[in-house]
Design a protein around this ligand. Structure first.
Ligand code: HEM
Length: 408
């Protein structure tokens, strides 16, 4: 890439909408076209009239993610921050700077991140597996008699928040109430005005109950943590954990189920094939990462990445999907990549995902429980008819209709 394209973002025209790439039947080819035209950093459109830089190179993602002196996570530093006030904005949910670690920089980030790391370190893998399996079984019990189901809308969307709610000592009913309130607060749903109040009421009651009767769980870790200064910070840290992995987990579980049901290299294993569930989980992380793209920062000063002029106030989006295709980390032969976990799907730098280990347990148990409990499981529609949810951040199947002959 030369600097011949090094023009300010707002002077560039004819930009590809990012939704065209995530909605494309062949995103790999779409990323390749963008790379051919612009190099590893390309201008794209997030919404009509809202440009940003898409960082597609592995090295360049590392460069941006590890430099929080230049790239702030706080969108108050975005030149186009007023977009987030638009009630129809599709990027507001993820780009509005809420009061938790994900949107914090430097010292404030380190302070708010410490309880998250300590909470995850205190998780017991065995207990995470056991609780996730109980949640999965309860969800399956709701549809197993029908011998048909939609494994996205009836299953994958419910597992992640219920599983994380359990880390906080919430049972399935309480977890479901909190999950519903969080989804409403962060959706653009105009009917959800009372949702923030409901969420605060539920989390306050939960914290108070734990003050009286502490548990061996993440709520107690957060309540006692010297880094969290008040109830509001504790609540936001809980919301970050519950919501932080939500969309990514749905996508990972749904994609892996799709692969296990449609790709003969994997589906054959149940009948003696060679590749197993862990290989399928890894292949999805590589080829269809749960976060396709993610906001990576807002430039605090003019800088250059891969020959592009990133001006103060520009937004930068990290494309983990594109970076995983980067030839410098990726061989084109899937057989050579079995066991290779050098992907960048969990990010890198100070904001790297704190939950890679427990998130894998949840995804693995969620997929395994379906495959072992439902007999003769198969897709109820041709694989080519599966569409993705409309999003520029993930490429999650919108539905996975299945049929099965019985259950155990
Ligand atoms: C239970 C599941 C999960 C939880 C609780 C969770 C939690 C979090 C939290 C709290 C953060 C913010 C960290 C910070 O800003 O310092 C984060 C960041 C992130 N997570 Fe996760 N996560 C989960 C699953 C996943 C999965 C499955 C993926 C993809 C494979 C993923 C990828 C990421 C990425 C890419 C980031 C941002 C990294 C960066 O900015 O460089 N997460 N996650």
């Amino acid at each position: 890439m030369t600097t011949s394209h090094a023009r300010p973002l707002d002077e560039l025209t004819d930009l590809v909408p990012l939704s065209e790439i995530t909605g494309s039947a062949d995103p790999k080819a779409a990323f390749a076209r963008l790379r051919d035209r612009w190099g590893q950093v390309a201008p794209v459109e997030l919404e009509p009239g809202v440009p940003a830089w898409l960082v597609m190179g592995y090295r360049e993602i590392v460069q941006v993610s590890r430099n929080d002196r230049v790239f702030s996570r706080n969108s108050a530093n975005w030149r186009l921050a007023e977009v987030l006030q638009n009630p129809d904005s599709t990027v507001a949910a993820l780009m509005t700077p809420w009061e938790h670690a994900y949107y914090a920089d430097g010292e404030r980030h380190r302070r708010l991140r410490a309880p998250v790391d300590d909470g995850v370190a205190g998780l017991n893998d065995h207990e995470v597996s056991r609780a996730t399996q109980a949640i999965c079984r309860e969800l399956i019990a709701k549809f197993e008699d029908r011998c048909e189901a939609d494994l996205v809308t009836e299953y994958a969307v419910h597992v992640p928040m219920l599983a994380v709610a359990n880390w906080f000592g919430m049972g399935i009913d309480e977890g479901a109430q909190v999950a519903q309130a969080i989804i409403q607060v962060f959706s653009a749903d105009k009917d959800s005005q009372e949702a923030p109040e409901t969420l605060v009421r539920l989390l306050t009651a939960h914290m108070n109950a734990h003050r009286e009767t502490p548990g061996d769980d993440m709520t107690t870790v957060f309540l006692r943590h010297p880094s969290l200064e008040n109830d509001s910070e504790i609540m936001w840290a809980m919301i970050l954990m519950l919501a932080g992995g939500y969309e990514a987990m749905i996508s990972w579980i749904a994609q892996t189920l799709r692969v296990m049901l449609t790709d003969t290299r994997f589906s054959g294993r149940l009948r003696g094939g060679r590749l197993g569930l862990d290989d399928a989980l890894d292949e999805v992380l590589w080829r269809n990462p749960p976060w396709t793209n993610m906001p990576g920062g807002y430039a605090l000063s003019d800088t250059e990445v891969a020959g592009q002029l990133i001006r103060k106030g520009d937004a930068v989006i990290l494309s983990f999907a594109a970076a995983n295709l980067d030839p410098s980390v990726h061989s084109d032969d899937p057989w050579l990549e079995i066991g290779n976990r050098a992907h960048i799907s969990y990010g890198t730098g100070p904001h790297v995902c704190p939950a890679h280990q427990p998130s894998r347990i949840i995804a693995r148990i969620a997929v395994e429980t379906v495959l072992t409990r439902l007999h003769d499981l198969r897709l109820a529609v041709p694989a080519g008819e599966i569409t993705t949810m409309p999003s520029i951040w993930t490429m999650c199947p919108a539905s996975l209709p299945v049929r099965f002959t019985g259950f155990s």
